[in-house]
Design a protein around this ligand. Structure first.
Ligand code: ZN
Ligand code: ZN
Length: 443
């Protein structure tokens, strides 16, 4: 079965669950926007639409959508999400409340934009209990078919479930010519898959948690296009960019059908989220999600390699408290999440202390993993961020010392167990963190 055969379908999976793909349409073609009016009409009694965009994405795609819908005789309004002090909008509770107060109502919402615009539209449509469609402007992130919104609420980066869009529309010319940083960011996001799915498998093995190999394998064919020829991403080759876009799309499908972000988000994502949170706290700016995730993925893969070579590690449980100095005002909210993980670490230590369990876990994890060198080379040859110095903060670059602080504490912000926790339990983190960083992401 091709991934595209799954759109809008329900099916019984080998994982034991019945999966439903709520997104019913994916058009990646030069005529994608021409198809939109007809698709939109399927979901409304009255064709009354609201297009949400920012100034840039309105210029790139929003106006094309507006025109196509108006030509179809629909009532169309546009809401341009304003920039904040010269910076692009962000997905947080303040912005949501602002939009809910200002944006006209409609029968169906259309996100003209990727990332933040897609998330905000998803959020607003969800709050107003209406369906939405997405017109993508970049292969920059894996939220297109996901029902999750990644937002900052009360200062904490959280993921919560809203609804998935009914259809995604992308014009190849727009996606290929998007600012290259966005495309490279998309690659960084999707390249997390081998390490995030190893983290997921770790949870299944240790705690009998739900896991679905089908959703892990869903992007296999697409993945090989950019993993084997990353330079084609750099050259904005049509086939490679389409593969990247579709891999991001099906990565979000994987999260939606399994009802968890686990297929695409593990310890490498916590590194990026923590960097976001600390930057915001310090009044600084962070880099694109996928650029940070790519770096986190190299580091996670390097940790896995290091840990899996240990023959008979000694396991200790995780420390019971988060680092108060590091988290500052976020301490109590982070501690709340983190402490759910302590009993898990005790359980994991008990289980893994039996050498036959450790040996079988090592074999299982290797099935999903890719070598750190392969991930790094792919990012490097594609022209994506792969060194500490590549990560941009407001007016400077990420420094080694800061990266180390963030990486060492990132495991504390979520309750889900991941490679960073395991590295602490076997004594590699925090002691050898600096060596790993120097070896892999220094240059
Ligand atoms: Zn499944
Ligand atoms: Zn991501």
């Amino acid at each position: 079965m091709k991934p595209s055969d799954l759109l809008g379908k329900s099916f019984d999976c080998e994982c034991g669950r019945r999966h439903t793909v709520p997104t019913e349409h994916l058009y990646y073609s030069s005529s994608a926007v021409d198809r939109l009016p007809e698709v939109a009409r399927q979901y409304v009694a009255q064709p009354e639409y609201l297009i949400m965009a920012d100034e840039r994405t309105y210029e790139i795609a929003g106006h094309l959508v507006e025109e196509a819908l108006k030509n179809d005789g629909a009532t169309v309004k546009c809401f341009i999400v304003p920039d904040r002090e010269g910076e692009s909008p962000i997905t947080d509770d303040e912005t949501r409340d602002f939009i809910l107060g200002q944006a006209p109502t409609a029968e169906l919402y259309i996100a003209a934009g990727s990332g933040v615009i897609n998330d905000l539209t998803k959020w607003i449509a969800f709050e107003r209990k209406k369906p939405f469609l997405t017109v993508a402007t970049a292969a920059s992130m894996n939220g297109y078919a996901s029902s999750n919104v990644s937002a900052t609420i009360n200062g904490l980066k959280v993921l919560f479930q809203a609804q998935a869009c009914k259809g995604v529309f992308a014009i190849p010319d727009v996606i290929e010519n998007a600012p290259f940083d966005l495309t490279a960011s998309g690659l960084g996001d999707v390249i997390a898959k081998p390490v995030s799915s190893a983290d997921w498998k770790l949870n299944q093995y240790l705690f009998d948690e739900y896991y679905c190999q089908f959703s892990v394998d869903l992007l296999k064919d697409l993945e090989s296009v950019y993993l084997e020829q990353p330079d084609k991403i750099k050259k904005r080759d049509g086939e490679a960019i389409q593969a990247l876009f579709e891999a991001l799309f099906y990565s979000s499908v994987a999260m939606t059908i399994t009802g968890t972000s686990a297929p695409a988000s593990g310890g490498e994502h916590l590194f990026s989220h923590t960097l976001d949170m600390i930057s915001t706290l310090e009044g600084n700016q962070h880099d694109f999600h996928g650029r940070q995730v790519g770096l986190g993925s190299i580091l996670s893969a390097a940790l896995y390699e290091k840990i899996l070579t240990i023959e008979a590690p000694e396991f200790t449980k995780l420390p019971s408290e988060v680092d108060k100095v590091f988290w500052g005002p976020l301490t109590s909210i982070v501690q709340g999440k983190y402490q759910e993980k302590i009993p898990k670490s005790e359980l994991a230590a008990r289980k893994l202390s039996r050498s036959e369990n450790w040996d079988s876990l090592r074999v299982i994890l290797k099935q999903n993993l890719l070598p750190a060198q392969k991930i790094k080379n792919c990012l490097k040859q594609a022209g994506a961020a792969h060194r500490i110095n590549d990560i941009r903060l407001k007016d400077n670059r990420l420094k080694t010392e800061k990266l180390l602080q963030i990486w060492k504490n990132a495991n504390q912000m979520r309750e889900r167990f991941n490679i960073l926790d395991l590295a602490i339990m076997v004594g590699i983190m925090p002691g050898q963190a600096e060596d790993v960083v120097n070896e892999w992401v220094k240059d």
